[in-house]
Design a protein around this ligand. Structure first.
Ligand code: NAD
Length: 463
């Protein structure tokens, strides 16, 4: 087995950099160092931790352009999206720099005069994170920032496709004054990190963002040592357009949620469920707008849709579209490809499919590509049934200006994140996460620091 990862540019197939793979012994040493550093970091007072986090965020902002270019080169997303992701990533550091100062305990009235009951919070210990390639900055900072704010030490294994962004951001944490052993990274294969992290006596919490099958194996493996777990897993988001919706606005927001990062996002709309009375008009407007999206290298000005991350991802998209078309779906725009196995790049042109139904894979599997499949509904109950007919429960969207329709959909959709007339609900100050097989726990908001804290209860007697 090679002891290096070749990080390639998915837009060209060229190798950008080779990254050394850490040997198992080195990873174990880093875990031990992280554990030892915990004793010191947990003692640093909350205001100082807050100040260091703020300094880290400032350093990332100062180097925003450089980080965004690294990201576009290793991930492929358009440069303006990478710049947006760096902002999004620092918004988590900013938010948790503030939350560090708000980790409150409480007192509980006792049932006797001779007792006092005090509840305090303390950091869980060393946190081990595994992150995906699709948001290489933000998926890391939304774990690292609350962990460090809580007083935990942190170690991350970034995705092999996109380690460079995370490495650069961690270097900047050290430059900001956060000790090296307090926030670390390792480069290795996913399954090796999974085994070493879950078997380590030093790791008290596993936090993972990635696919549902890998999340399930990590939950199983972490059972032996009863580690805390947070799981941000796959999604299959429905997007419902009601009869009364503002169609132009709904089209604009559908494009924002569906085609960002070439559709390679866990919360992107995967199934468009449109009221039958407006389906024709919505489809026409959507196809017109989608046709304008420019496919290309993310470094080129004006690019809207970058490459697919790799051949595996590309093959899955092509297979889902082929399956849908064979079973009767109509292509309104797209179903075009630009790929080269020898060079190693894979582009999918943004695609809109009509007359999609339940027999098609695309209605059941996460697509992770720029394909928008449309189906129709007549009654709201039917829309909810289609939307909920998935083991996933991450994000859902709906468009209506009728408060009864909106309230009904909010009440009946089994998803952790709901956008009502909003194609971009994610924010550092709100709890992000899924129900069912989309995960466990939340990241962001006041909820996002909870998983890094233990509750300790003190009962003082004989007063
Ligand atoms: P993936 O599960 O293949 O990989 C994610 C990470 O896990 C990578 O770092 C990878 O190296 C590592 N990994 C792979 N096999 C492993 C194993 N056996 N044990 C431990 N770690 C292992 O997922 P991906 O293809 O990189 O990312 C896409 C998936 O991530 C999609 O399903 C997407 O929906 C999900 N995702 C979820 C969220 C969320 O917040 N819910 C955000 C982004 C992506």
């Amino acid at each position: 087995m090679s002891n290096q990862f070749s990080v390639t540019n998915p837009a060209t197939g060229e190798v950008i950099k080779k990254v050394k793979i850490d040997a198992e012994e080195e990873i174990k040493q880093k875990l031990e160092m992280g554990h030892k550093a915990f004793k010191e970091w947990a003692k640093v007072n909350a205001h100082e931790r807050s100040r260091l986090l703020q300094k880290w965020s400032d350093k990332v902002k100062e180097n925003k352009q450089e980080i965004a270019e690294i990201m576009t080169k290793e991930n492929g997303k358009p440069l303006h999206e990478s710049l947006g992701e760096v902002n999004y990533a620092t918004s988590y550091i900013d938010w948790y720099a503030e939350e560090a100062k708000r980790i409150y305990g409480r007192t509980i009235p006792a049932n006797t005069e001779s007792k006092r009951i005090i509840v305090s919070r303390q950091p869980v210990g060393l946190v081990a994170a595994i992150t995906p390639w699709n948001f290489p900055a933000a998926m890391m900072t939304r774990k690292a920032a609350p962990a460090l704010a809580a007083g935990c030490t942190f170690i991350v294994k970034p995705a092999a496709e996109t380690p460079l962004t995370a490495i650069r951001i961690i270097e900047l944490a050290h430059k900001a004054g956060i000790p090296e052993e307090t926030v670390q990274y390792v480069n290795t294969h996913g399954s090796i990190a999974g085994d070493l992290f879950t078997q380590s006596e030093y790791v008290r919490k596993i936090t993972f963002t990635g696919s549902t099958p890998v999340g399930k194996t990590l939950i199983q493996k972490s059972a032996d040592s009863i580690q805390h777990v947070t799981m941000e897993l796959g999604g299959h988001a429905p997007l419902i357009v009601a009869e009364d919706a503002d169609l132009d606005f709904a089209v604009q927001q559908t494009i924002a949620t569906k085609f960002r990062n070439a559709g390679q996002t866990c919360v992107c709309a995967n199934r468009l469920i449109i009221h039958e009375h407006v389906a024709e008009e919505f489809a026409k407007k959507l196809a017109e707008e989608v046709e304008k999206l420019k496919v290309g290298n993310g470094m080129d000005e004006g690019t809207d849709i970058g490459p697919i991350i790799n051949k595996k991802g590309y093959d899955k998209i092509v297979d889902q579209v082929k399956d849908a078309v064979e079973k009767g779906a109509e292509v309104l725009v797209g179903d075009q490809y630009h790929a080269d196995d020898n060079k190693g790049f894979y582009f999918v042109y943004p695609t809109v499919l009509k007359n999609v139904d339940d027999r098609m894979k695309i209605m059941h599997e996460e697509t992770f590509g720029p394909v928008a499949p449309m189906t129709t509904f007549r009654e709201l109950e039917e829309a909810v049934e289609i939307a909920n007919s998935t083991p996933y429960g991450l994000a859902a969207y709906f468009f209506t200006n009728d408060y009864r329709t909106g309230t009904y959909l909010h009440d009946h959709l089994d998803f952790g994140i709901i956008g009502w007339n909003d194609g971009g609900p994610s924010a550092a100050h709100a709890p992000f996460g899924g129900m069912k097989e989309s995960g466990l726990g939340r990241e962001g908001g006041i909820e996002g620091i909870e998983p890094y804290l233990e509750t300790k209860y003190l009962s003082i007697g004989n007063i």
